[in-house]
Design a protein around this ligand. Structure first.
Ligand code: G6P
Ligand code: MN
Length: 451
């Protein structure tokens, strides 16, 4: 089978290729096409993957191109993880908001809206090319903000596009490990939007184990979410939120700590990745793979990690393995294998709501447990969200839809409503300043309204 990876020069591509190398099933991916607009990064990535393939007799062939149609044509699967405006765009997403004392984050809050505004037109174009050149392909989208982007692409591709994120499956894995049960035998009662979801039950052999976890000081304190949110708040809620809910439940603390840290996540990554790609391109020193491993090992220095450290108050981290080893690449390759080989598997994915969550429109994309097999996606029934959960989901979904509409039509009014109605913004005055700031700082956002 042929897999095209859009954003082929991206930093997590080696994880995807490693997952493909580990995959021994049949049929499998025999040809990987990397697509990127940056030729230098493409060349470096192709070299890195060739190094990874050494010693694997049956490694998937890798080619690279800057031409989208060449990449997509005849693909069985398309992985999309692009960043329109690059990491510089990400730092603007963060800084424009922080300068107004509002959360500046890649996907959550106004930064995610600015990211979505400029990304939607590009992803819609990709969706149309896939429809024309690879009509049977499934698109597995990691491009953030993943829920919003997947929802926009569904208007072209229907159920042939689904969105993935590593955070719900990571939460499921951590919870199963804490409870000492086999994760594949657990039924997670999870509902939400991407980066805005809640684990309300952990069913194993007909019993919900979540109350036990919430009651146990040691288990809960050792869990990442126990550190991020604090045990008592999880007990008050009676559930475990997705880690991104930190930005809602501890909004002021998060804004303060990012501002005080003096450097945003995007600013850190610009430095780190520029250094990495420069060194690989110079070809002096160690091989690309060891440079990459060294770089990813130093990646956890994020403000989320700092926030966690704050809450951990001395608690020892229990998991020292590279979390990305099982992260989004594993989810993506798992989805692909389930479809291609008709081997049913349950995963938490971003899919069309249909009738699953009555509080949301049928064509809204939601993040819920789904069974994937050769016939496609089959959403599970979930417990109805409570008022807090459905209220927050509805508000954020309204904002996402205004953003999609602004990106498609160029309506400033829709964009202004999106920024102003976002629950983490809190003022129309600030909404206006955000929109003006993003237009001034990011050319691809300006272009949305300039037509
Ligand atoms: C998690 C999220 C992704 C997000 C990433 C950011 O994996 O699920 O959606 O893009 O974190 O990581 P970074 O290292 O770029 O800050
Ligand atoms: Mn994610």
């Amino acid at each position: 089978m042929k897999l095209s990876i859009l954003g082929g020069g991206g930093f997590r591509v080696p994880y995807v290729y490693q997952a493909l190398l580990r995959d021994t099933g049949s049929p499998r991916i025999e040809h990987v096409v990397l697509h990127d607009i940056d030729e230098g990064r493409l060349a470096s990535m192709a070299r890195l993957l060739a190094e990874l393939a050494e010693g694997h007799g049956d490694a998937p062939k890798v080619t690279a191109t800057t031409d989208l149609d060449t990449a997509v044509e005849g693909s069985d699967f398309v992985f999309a993880a692009i960043r329109v405006g690059g990491l510089h765009g990400r730092t603007c997403d963060e800084r424009v908001a922080l300068d107004l004392d509002v959360l500046g984050q890649e996907t959550t809050g106004p930064g995610g809206l600015a990211f979505g505004l400029r990304t939607i037109p590009v992803m819609l174009d990709i969706a149309r090319r896939v429809k024309a050149l690879a009509p049977h392909a499934y698109v597995i989208n990691f491009t953030n903000p993943a829920g919003m982007i997947t929802e926009a692409m569904q208007t072209v591709l229907g159920d042939r596009v689904l969105g993935i994120c590593d955070t719900p499956s990571g939460l499921g894995r951590r919870v199963a490990a804490a409870l000492g049960v086999d994760g594949s035998r657990v039924r997670m009662d999870y509902v939400g939007l991407n980066h805005l979801g809640w684990m309300r039950g952990v069913h194993h052999d007909g019993r919900d184990l979540l109350p036990e976890l919430l009651a146990d000081d040691d288990l809960l304190g050792g869990l990442e979410e126990g550190m991020v949110f604090g045990r008592s708040w999880l007990r008050d809620l009676g559930l475990i939120p997705n880690e991104y809910l930190y930005y809602y439940y501890f909004n002021r603390d998060a804004v303060r700590s990012i501002i005080d840290s003096g450097r945003t996540r995007g600013e850190f990554l610009v430095e780190q990745q520029t250094a990495f790609f420069d060194r690989v391109a110079r070809e002096d020193g160690p091989g690309a793979v060891s440079l990459w491993r060294e770089t990813v090992a130093n990646r956890s220095a994020s403000y989320m990690a700092e926030a966690k450290a704050d809450h951990a108050a001395g608690a020892a981290a229990t998991d020292v393995s590279d979390p990305e080893e099982h992260g989004y690449a594993q989810v993506a390759v798992g989805v692909m294998a389930a479809i291609a080989r008709d081997e049913p598997v349950s995963m938490i994915l971003n899919v069309r709501n249909g009738t699953t969550v009555a509080a949301l429109p049928p064509d809204a994309v939601v993040e819920i447990p789904v069974t994937v097999d050769g016939r496609g996606l089959h959403p599970h029934t979930v417990t109805a969200p409570d008022l807090h959960q459905s209220g927050l989901m509805q508000q954020v979904k309204a904002v996402e839809r205004l953003t999609i509409s602004a990106a498609v039509t160029g309506s400033r009014s829709d964009a202004l409503q999106a920024f102003s109605l976002h629950p983490l913004v809190g003022s129309v005055t600030v909404g206006r300043q955000l929109l003006d700031g993003y237009i001034a700082r990011i050319p691809q956002v300006a272009a949305v309204f300039d037509r």
